[in-house]
Design a protein around this ligand. Structure first.
Ligand SMILES: C[S@@+](CC[C@H](N)C(=O)[O-])C[C@H]1O[C@@H](n2cnc3c(N)ncnc32)[C@H](O)[C@@H]1O
Length: 346
């Protein structure tokens, strides 16, 4: 089915099923917008999409119930978000197919939680098109949608580049690898290539360090509690897991590199993490400086979600106070930070 036809059919169906959509919303990409744990409707808008092989979900952890104050959807902004989707440029056909394959292979809202949204993919694409990176690192491939989005942005800008991506889950890689293979084969003169490694992020950074690769574009989207560690490793402030602010280790980031980090507003719970951090700081009446140890986040909640929110707040605080980093946190979906690294400071 052609992209335009698919989108037209979807919007007709959306109009016809307004009531149902409110309960179980699906946008033009085929994405469920409301996660309410209700069972699938037999009239799912993406039921006609060609079925990809369904993978076992044994490796996908069952999510814990969200705290009641966490934001599951964008609430009143859903309608605006739908509008923005309707008037944003459509995904390239290869990306739309990969996204839809991911929805089918990871049903019941799992794909929507793990895969970048189409809007995020388009933002990555746009940034890559503007930046024209030569060497890209991605931590957390999943089924390859974000890596392919970056690749297509480089291509649209007539650039050349290599994307190194890593993923620890073989099930996700069973979808990403064929997509990368056909992408690599479709590009003449190897202008943009995607190299996928089935290893964890720590090993990937060590591997890249040993190869001496320096990156001008990085997307961090893997285990959320490791993000601060990864950015410190990339800047050479921490090597082999050991923190060293005075480290002379080479940075794996080129001057002016763009780093994009997902989940930085973590379900809105960073607000709570910030409040408890501030309470804790004022109790100790300590002065603030760049040390992330000053961000003493709440550990009172044993909730896994709050632990991640605390890590995200710590990361946001750290980046915001780092002299070589500037960042814009975009409140799209779970929060997406666009950061620039300038060695001599901003
Ligand atoms: C949110 S998904 C990535 C989504 C992908 N970037 C996209 O936009 O389509 C996170 C992925 O990171 C992988 N992952 C988690 N921790 C990892 C680690 N330490 N090293 C490598 N991959 C990891 C998970 O298996 C999962 O597939």
């Amino acid at each position: 089915m052609k992209l335009g036809q698919y989108q037209r059919e979807l919007s007709v169906k959306e109009r016809e099923r307004k009531k149902e959509r409110e309960r179980h919303a699906v946008d033009k990409w085929g994405t469920r917008k409301t996660i309410n744990n209700s069972s699938s409707s037999s009239s799912d808008s993406y039921k006609n999409i060609a079925r990809a092989p369904v993978c076992t979900k044994a490796d996908v952890a069952t999510p814990l119930p969200l705290p009641s104050h966490a934001m599951e959807s964008q609430g009143p902004f859903d309608a605006l978000s739908d509008y923005a989707d309707r008037y944003s440029s459509p995904l390239a056909p290869s990306l739309l197919k990969l996204y839809q394959d991911t929805l089918v292979a990871y049903p019941n809202g799992i794909a929507e939680r793990l895969c970048s949204s189409p809007a995020q993919g388009q933002l990555l694409s746009l940034l890559a098109r503007l930046k024209q990176p030569k060497q890209v690192l991605e931590l957390g491939t999943f089924t390859g949608f974000s890596a392919m989005s970056i690749a297509s942005g480089i291509l649209q800008g007539q650039g050349q580049g290599k994307i190194y991506t890593c993923e620890k889950d073989e099930v996700a890689l069973s979808i990403a690898r064929p997509a990368f293979k056909s992408f690599n084969e479709s590009i003449s003169e190897a202008k943009v290539t995607i190299e996928c490694h089935a290893i964890n992020a720590d090993s990937m950074i060590s591997l890249m360090r040993s190869k001496g690769v320096v990156f001008d574009f990085v997307f961090i989207d893997c285990d959320k509690k490791g993000y601060l560690k990864y950015i410190q490793e990339l800047m050479g402030e921490r090597v082999g897991g050991v923190s060293d602010c005075n480290s002379n280790s080479t940075s794996l980031l080129a001057d002016g590199a763009v780093v994009v980090i997902d989940n930085t507003l973590w379900k809105g719970l960073v607000l709570e993490a910030e409040s408890s951090s501030n309470r804790s700081i004022s109790r100790r009446n300590s002065s603030s400086n760049i040390s992330s140890s000053n961000v003493s986040c709440s550990r009172t909640s044993s909730n896994r979600y709050m632990a991640i929110a605390n890590s995200m707040h710590e990361l946001n605080y750290y980046i915001n106070h780092h002299p070589s980093l500037s960042q814009l946190i975009l409140p799209i979906r779970d929060g997406l930070s666009v950061i620039q690294y300038n060695k001599k400071g901003n």
